[in-house]
Structures are given as structure tokens and as C-alpha cells.
Design a protein around this ligand. Structure first.
Ligand SMILES: [Fe+2]
Length: 476
């Protein structure tokens, strides 16, 4: 072996060893996280150890041949990737201050109207503990298109430090590869009405609520995030009001033609747990959910899992009506709270023994949901179904996701759980445990982030240059 080559190889090896062992000690103080991901755009946010001008390198088919330079100064950066292809896997890395992260992958949202969406949801996780990390790791293993956070994302007060230590640090591998959309919990609201939380996240916005409440479409699902803290009076009137939020959400739901509508916020209109039902949320918003055909309402706040029957007003819906299904999924990491009362008549199933998360697949007119523990045990499983109009055919014979063949027969509001239109579960009170392993047969994605070892290791620019020089030398 040539002496120069030998010395250089030794230097590269030493550099790699060093950086792998101190991957999070320099370069990035906060690993990249994916925000405002849509069919043609994505924001890669991160925090540097020291100010410099970073660049995001990205591309398709495993390449990183495109670049986007940050327009920000200082340590916090949010780099917008524009002109992306819908439903396409991208590889990206961050090049900053002479170091770069190892590449990881994510996918853009599909063409609007695409009838195949997979997401996970959970709340009450921001603890920086083993339960939170195991739930996050399990969610990453499911490779969802997106992750919906249900509030109390950073205990106990949503401070700047807690947002870093209890949200971003323990969930870095997940958040670098799966776009997330969040709603604020009461714990985030403790500090300046969740202002640090909003300062660190890059969420969709609404005209009257900014990031506090907003909506977005992913495939054939219309998602709405409400700010229940604002609704129950925790926000000052100059920032958010119940009246403005109600007005906005009614207009938003009325305007949506998406066949599936899912609303999420922190305080549950229905819960038999410690906090119980948030009756103001039920009184003010449930009539709108019923009127505009919301299929699923996802909440946290109580630290357990609970599924209600489809509800209409203050009662279980009659079999002839189609009404929203309410879930409490507050088992993301905070200490579980035991039910100290009997199961109410409006509850299908509840669990206070396991941490876990909700995994939802919506294909065409069928929504299939599983409540899973990190080990893959199925706590609950149910489905909702509805008839959708067929899609128009493009000239090449493929379905046009944006164009129903006959838009006149609009999707029915609400949904049934067994395809019969009854609006009631096919097996009330009985979980479908036909897949006890939680359908975990899919290949596991690569694991990224500080805690995951070498995948996100930072490579010093000097080592990269040296490796390049070696490659050039060997070609001679
Ligand atoms: Fe809460």
C-alpha cells in the first residue's frame, strides 16, 4: 500500500470513528425535522451548534444532487425545498459548518385526492422517557406517511428547553423521516400560551388562527387541527378566540370536498378517564362535526386509550345516522392513569395498561385503524367504510385522483364501521385481534437521529475532502 494512501486512510478512519462517537456533540444541536410537507414542497428545519450558512442537499433515487441554501441566519433554520414531485421518496442531508449529516429519506404527499393514506397519531408523550422513545421507534417502524401529534408534546410547561429535550431529542429519528402535524396541549400552553412551541414548529396556518388552528389535505383526507386550549379560554383574546375558531372551522369543513374528514385537538369531548369529557368542546364543535361529515375525532389529555361509539349530540348515534367516532389516544409516554369507574355505555373499548399509538390506513372508502403497543400487540382494531364515487380515467387509462368520475353523488357524511351504513361497530365492545402481531411484517426503515448511532453521524468536511482526494488518486 502506498504510504500516502495508508496515512490518508488512517486519517479518514480516525475521523469517522471520532465523529461516530460524538455524533451529536457538534454540528447540529437539533437534528432535522420535516415540516409543512405537501405534494410539491417540504421544509427541513434544524438547529446548529453555531451560526453558519447551511445547505440542504436532496434528490430522488438515493441521490442528493440538488441544493437549497438556508435564508436564515443564526442557529435556527427552516429550509424550504420547492418544486418537488408528489408521492415521491427523497433523500436529504444537511451540510453545515463543515459537517454534514448522513442521508435519510422521506416521501412527499401524494397527488391531491389519492385514495391511499397511512398515518399514525398519539398524544401526551413529551417526557423524554423510555416509553416515549419506544412508541416513537415503533411508529417509525410502521413507515407512516405522516404523524399527527395530539398535544402535551413537551412536558411539563412547553418551555424552550423542554421542547428541545422532551420533544425533538427523544423523537429525532422519527421526526427526521416522517412529516408531523401537531396540535397544542395544555402543558405547552403553560409557557406564554404555547409561544415557544409555535416558535419552534412550522405548521400550516389559517387566516384567523395562524398555526393555532389550521387544516390541510393529504391524499383524500382533509385534516383539521383545532386549538382546544383557546376554545376553553386559555388564550388571550388578542391571540385566539372561540368565536373566530368556530367561524373558521365551519367555513373550512363546509368548503372541503375530501371524502374523509379527520379532526384532532387535545381536550376530548368524550372521555371516561381522569379529566373526563370536555363538555364545552362537545357543545361548541360536535354539532359542526356532525353537520359536515367528520369521520374521526382524535384527542389526548387523558393518559390512556378509549374508543367511543359513533356519537350524535350527547348520545350514542342511532343506527340510521352516520356520526363521528371519537378516540382518546393519550398513551404516548406520560404515566398511564387508571380508570377508577365502570365503563360507560358510550364506550366501546378502553385500555389503561399499555402505552401505544394509533395506526390508520385509509384506502378508497375504507379506514382501518389499529391501536398498537410498541411491541406490536393490538389493543384495538376497527374500520369505517363509505361508498366513494369512481375516479375518472386519464387518457392513459389510469385513475385521476383529483377527478371523481361523477362528482354529483358526494360522499356521505360520517361513515359506517362495517360497510352496512349502520354507523355502529360490527362487533361492539370486542376488539378485532385477528392480527395479534400488529401487521409488523413490513420491512423496517433505516433508523436515523442522534440516539440511533451512525446513521446521522456528522462527517467533517476535511474527511470528505480527503476521501474525495483518495478516490481521485486511486483512479489514476
Ligand atoms: Fe393534557
Amino acid at each position: 500500500m502506498h504510504r500516502l494512501y495508508s496515512l490518508a486512510l488512517g486519517a479518514v478512519t480516525a475521523a469517522l470513528t471520532l465523529t461516530a462517537s460524538s455524533a451529536c456533540a457538534d454540528g447540529l444541536a437539533r437534528q432535522p425535522y420535516l415540516q409543512r410537507v405537501g405534494p410539491e414542497t417540504a421544509t427541513v428545519a434544524f438547529r446548529l451548534d453555531a451560526p453558519c450558512v447551511p445547505t440542504v442537499l436532496y434528490g430522488t433515487n438515493g441521490s442528493t444532487d440538488q441544493t437549497a441554501q438556508s435564508a436564515d441566519t443564526g442557529r435556527n433554520h427552516a429550509v424550504v425545498l420547492a418544486g418537488l414531485q408528489p408521492g415521491t421518496e427523497y433523500t436529504y442531508l444537511v451540510d453545515a459548518c463543515g459537517a454534514r449529516t448522513n442521508p435519510v429519506r422521506f416521501s412527499t404527499a401524494p397527488v391531491p385526492g389519492t385514495r391511499n393514506v397511512h398515518f399514525t397519531a398519539v398524544g401526551d408523550f413529551g417526557m423524554n422517557n423510555a416509553d416515549q422513545r419506544s412508541v416513537a421507534t415503533a411508529m417509525l417502524g410502521r413507515k407512516p406517511d405522516l404523524f399527527v401529534m395530539l398535544g402535551d408534546n413537551a412536558y411539563s410547561s412547553g418551555t424552550e428547553t423542554e421542547i428541545q429535550n422532551n420533544l425533538f431529542a427523544p423523537m429525532a429519528p422519527l421526526l427526521s423521516q416522517v412529516p408531523f402535524f401537531a396540535t397544542p396541549g395544555n402543558h405547552e400552553y403553560v409557557t406564554n400560551q404555547a409561544q415557544p412551541y409555535f416558535d419552534n414548529l412550522y405548521l400550516p396556518t389559517s387566516p384567523s388562527g395562524g398555526e393555532r388552528y389550521y387544516s390541510f389535505d393529504w391524499g383524500h383526507i382533509h385534516f383539521v387541527s383545532l386549538d382546544s386550549n383557546c376554545a376553553i379560554g386559555l388564550a388571550s383574546s388578542d391571540r385566539c378566540s372561540l368565536a373566530a375558531q368556530k367561524k373558521w372551522v365551519e367555513q373550512d369543513l363546509a368548503a372541503s370536498t375530501a371524502p374523509w374528514k379527520i379532526v384532532f385537538f387535545h381536550h376530548p369531548p368524550w372521555s371516561s378517564g381522569e379529566h373526563g369529557s370536555q363538555l364545552l368542546m362537545r357543545r361548541e364543535f360536535s354539532p359542526l362535526f356532525e353537520k359536515y361529515g367528520v369521520d374521526l375525532v382524535l384527542n389526548g389529555h387523558d393518559h390512556h386509550y378509549e374508543r367511543m361509539y359513533p356519537m350524535q349530540g350527547n348520545d350514542v348515534a342511532a343506527s340510521s345516522t352516520q356520526s363521528p367516532t371519537y378516540l382518546v389516544v393519550g398513551s404516548g409516554g406520560a404515566s398511564l392513569r387508571r380508570f377508577d369507574n365502570g365503563k360507560p355505555s358510550w364506550t366501546v373499548l378502553r385500555n389503561d395498561a399499555d402505552h401505544g399509538y394509533l395506526d390508520v390506513k385509509v384506502e378508497e372508502g375504507t379506514l382501518t385503524a389499529q391501536m398498537l403497543t410498541p411491541s406490536g400487540k393490538v389493543i384495538d382494531s376497527f374500520s369505517l367504510s363509505k361508498d366513494l364515487p369512481p375516479l375518472e380515467q386519464r387518457p392513459d387509462g389510469t385513475p385521476d385522483a383529483e377527478q371523481p368520475a361523477d362528482p354529483t353523488p358526494a360522499p356521505q357524511p360520517g361513515s359506517s364501521t362495517d360497510g352496512t351504513g349502520t354507523g355502529l361497530p360490527s362487533t361492539p365492545g370486542t376488539p378485532d385481534t385477528s392480527s395479534e402481531d400488529g401487521d409488523l411484517g413490513e420491512p423496517q426503515p433505516e433508523v436515523a437521529g442522534c440516539s440511533a448511532g451512525p446513521v446521522m453521524a456528522l462527517l467533517p468536511a476535511g474527511a470528505v475532502l480527503l476521501a474525495g482526494a483518495l478516490r481521485r488518486r486511486r483512479r489514476r
